[in-house]
Write a protein of this length. Structure first.
Lengths: 437, 292
């Protein structure tokens, strides 16, 4: 009896120990071969990454494992959890705002690549679009307290702007080669859209950040960059007439009928389906849409355009430059090999392959030669781009949330722009007071 | 000998206790500990703020309390409409009727579907532009009833509640049906012999004997509904200017949107405590009801 009990107990503990040991054992790798592990979230780029990894291994003998963790929300949490446990891979991307990027650097997880970028008269640095690099850099005197330098390597870039359906333009009696240039022209199309019984602009405004991006474009156009930055710094109130003007644009769009009914709850995937299926005249989307629309409707005839100007005082600015970037783990045992791989990965040939295979704008400016014409239209507007990651300051998340939800309230006719501005300012003051406590 | 036997017993339960400790108890204390800090989830140094996060939840976070109200409203609809439907259907299927088993399977399909799938299917039905509901209303000659069901703040939360009820009634149905089948048939036969009407049998036999089961269903409904959020994301894309926000979405917003892990933990602890209090009240209530 006792023997059998001891036997059962031994088996239970044996099994338990095996489970623990197997769970904690690192992946078996060939000790003579260097293996670089890359974590990413880009489902659409996975086949191209794997192909490039194969080519790199054939060339150098260094194996590169691209581990995909999607969707991006799950990826974000995985990277954060790995940072807490110091289990980050050799190479990874950070999704989030500049302050999150700064936290990773402060925690010592990300290597400073400034020296490598500047080597050989800045050969590596000069490959990239300046704006793509800016997103990965911290300037002198930045508000995050990070040592100035370059901490990430851009893989591809994007711009977020408007696209319009050229066939539906014809149907509305408009010239498909001449998109609206001014706000009035844009609003006037609303009447035609209503009369024709079709739908206006679609976008993933249910996810908030794209709506924030649209509002910021107009904030730059109406009041200029300096005033926007001054607002973030707390020197200009959101109740300023210029901000109310920005918020009023959403009311005007809703009243003119240029917005798709239900745009406030729309996720971007739905917006992409509607535009690709020719159900909407306009879409506000990023340059990644080229690949998406091609997959959904290869015959779709559309063109890119800058959002129509409200004011001539300041230029129209769109979000862009920021795309996908990789950061080198500062504690990686293969740091040198990782940097060599990144160097190769961002060279003209590899970048051209990535652009061709994934229909994304390459970060290497010399690789634009073979991109499709529609993608080139997005690339043409690169000079008109900005991105919050390059502003040097970040707005409080609570203020951004109140601002974006306020816009939703305006679109659904629940609040006026003035009411929203007052609420946002109240939250801004609360957050500023908390910061100074 | 007795000590040896006790030791053996402890050794046998040790793996289970270890798993429970490592995966439940320690994380709970860890979350509570984090709720006392201001932390962005990445930096190694956390700033101790004591109970400030809890104070902020109570006095400075109207969005949180709004989300609690929204979740309570959805729960109220689930408790009434969803459970009434589940109970009535269970009563119907408890009788001797044709295709009884077929109906049982049909009613249990919605709960086994993923919340994402249910949300997307109902989004297609309730869509303001291309939705089936509006198309039917037009065909049936009620164009005045055509509506943007999901993007109108007056109807969005009710749509969420109804879809949640549609998805969830199957669980209640199953538990109610199991409960009904435990009621001895002899009681009904004796009552019938005594000349009791169907309504009296329902009132005097079915309802009293179903009280413990009903309380179980009520507790499960409250806990399940208060924590629901996936359906909301797939149905209305998020919080719709706060009209469809629920506590779990607020916790996610604090963690992912604001990178305030400490505050998110405090919200999680507060929310957990509220659910524990509700469950405790239910437990006391069920104990008293059983005694009656």
């Amino acid at each position: 009896m006792l023997k059998s009990k001891i036997l059962i107990l031994s088996m239970v503990y044996g099994l338990w120990s095996m489970v623990c040991l197997v769970g904690c054992t690192p992946r078996q790798t060939n000790k003579s071969q260097t293996t670089i592990t890359v974590w990413h979230w880009m489902t659409d780029r996975e086949p191209a990454f794997l192909e490039l990894a194969k080519r790199y291994e054939a060339k150098t003998g260094v194996k590169v494992n691209f581990d995909l963790y999607a969707p991006s929300d799950a990826y974000t949490q995985k990277v954060r959890a790995a940072a807490q446990g110091s289990n980050l891979p050799d190479l990874f991307g950070i999704l989030g705002e500049k302050r999150d990027f700064a936290s990773f650097i402060k925690a010592g997880h990300i290597a400073d690549l400034t020296e490598q970028m500047n080597e050989g008269n800045g050969r590596w640095k000069n490959m990239f679009f300046g704006k793509a690099l800016d997103v990965n850099a911290f300037a002198e005197g930045n508000s995050y307290g990070i040592k100035p330098g370059i901490y990430g390597v851009p893989i591809d870039i994007m711009t977020i702007q408007m696209v319009y359906n050229q066939d539906l333009f014809k149907q509305l009696g408009l010239n498909p080669e001449q998109p609206p240039q001014t706000w009035e022209e844009f609003l006037n199309i609303g009447k035609k859209i209503k009369d024709a019984g079709i739908h206006g602009m679609v976008s993933g405004w249910g996810e908030l950040w794209m709506m924030d991006c649209f509002a910021n474009n107009y904030a730059f156009n109406i009041m200029g960059k300096d005033k926007v930055i001054a607002t973030i710094k707390g020197k200009v109130a959101y109740t300023d007439p210029d901000w109310i003007k920005v918020l009023s644009l959403f009311k005007q769009m809703q009243e003119a009928g240029v917005l798709y009914n239900g745009v406030v709850i729309m996720v971007n995937k739905t917006a992409e389906q509607l535009f690709a299926n020719e159900k909407a005249v306009f879409a506000f989307n990023g340059s990644w849409c080229v690949n998406v629309y091609k997959g959904m409707n290869p015959d779709l005839k559309y063109a890119a355009m800058l959002p129509p100007k409200v004011s001539n005082k300041y230029p129209m600015v769109i979000w862009g430059g920021a795309g996908s970037s990789f950061m080198v783990n500062n504690k990686s045992a293969h740091k040198e090999e990782v940097i060599k791989f990144l160097n190769w990965f961002t060279e003209k040939e590899q970048q051209a392959y990535l652009a061709e295979a994934t229909k994304n704008l390459p970060a290497n400016k010399e690789s634009l030669a073979n991109i499709p014409s529609i993608l080139a239209q997005f690339a043409d507007d690169m000079e008109a781009t900005t991105h919050p990651s390059t502003w040097g300051v970040s707005e409080f998340p609570a203020v951004i949330e109140a601002f974006d939800k306020g816009i939703q309230s305006i679109i659904i006719g629940e609040k006026t722009p003035e009411e929203v501005a007052r609420k946002v300012q109240k939250i801004k003051e609360r957050e500023l007071a908390k910061k100074h406590q | 000998m007795r000590i040896k036997s006790t030791l053996e017993n402890y050794l046998f339960v040790l793996p289970a206790v270890t798993i429970f400790l490592v995966f439940y108890i320690l994380p709970f204390f860890s979350v509570f500990q984090l709720s006392l800090y201001e932390w962005d989830g990445v930096l190694p140094n956390k700033v101790f703020v004591g109970l400030a996060n809890f104070k902020e939840i109570i006095s400075q976070d109207p969005d949180w309390w709004r989300s609690m109200l929204n979740a309570s409203w959805v729960t109220l609809i689930a408790l009434t409409f969803q459970n009434a439907l589940a109970f009535l259907l269970a009563c119907a299927c408890d009788r001797e009727m044709r295709l009884k088993n077929f109906y049982r399977v049909i009613f249990f399909i919605p709960p086994v579907l993923s919340e994402v799938v249910v949300g997307l299917v109902w989004q297609r039905i309730l869509d303001g532009n291309y939705g089936l509901l509006n198309a039917w209303l037009m065909k049936l000659g009620f164009p005045q009833l055509v509506h943007s069901w999901l993007s109108d703040p007056r109807t969005a939360l009710n749509c969420v509640a109804l879809v949640h009820s549609w998805k969830g009634f199957g669980w209640g149905f199953l538990i109610f049906l199991a409960g009904l089948q435990t009621i001895p048939r002899e009681l009904y036969e004796a009552a019938r012999v005594d000349g009791a009407s169907a309504w009296n049998m329902f009132r005097r036999i079915t309802i009293p004997l179903m009280i413990p089961v009903t309380i179980l269903v009520v507790i499960l409904t409250i806990l399940g509904t208060m924590q629901s959020f996936v359906l909301i994301i797939s149905l209305v894309g998020g919080e719709l200017a706060g009209h469809t926000s629920v506590p779990v979405l607020r916790i996610l917003a604090s963690m992912r949107g604001s990178s305030r892990f400490g505050y998110a933990c405090a919200q999680g602890i507060s929310f957990g405590l509220i659910l524990v209090v509700i469950s405790f009240i239910q437990y006391r209530f069920s104990k008293r009801a059983r005694q009656v």
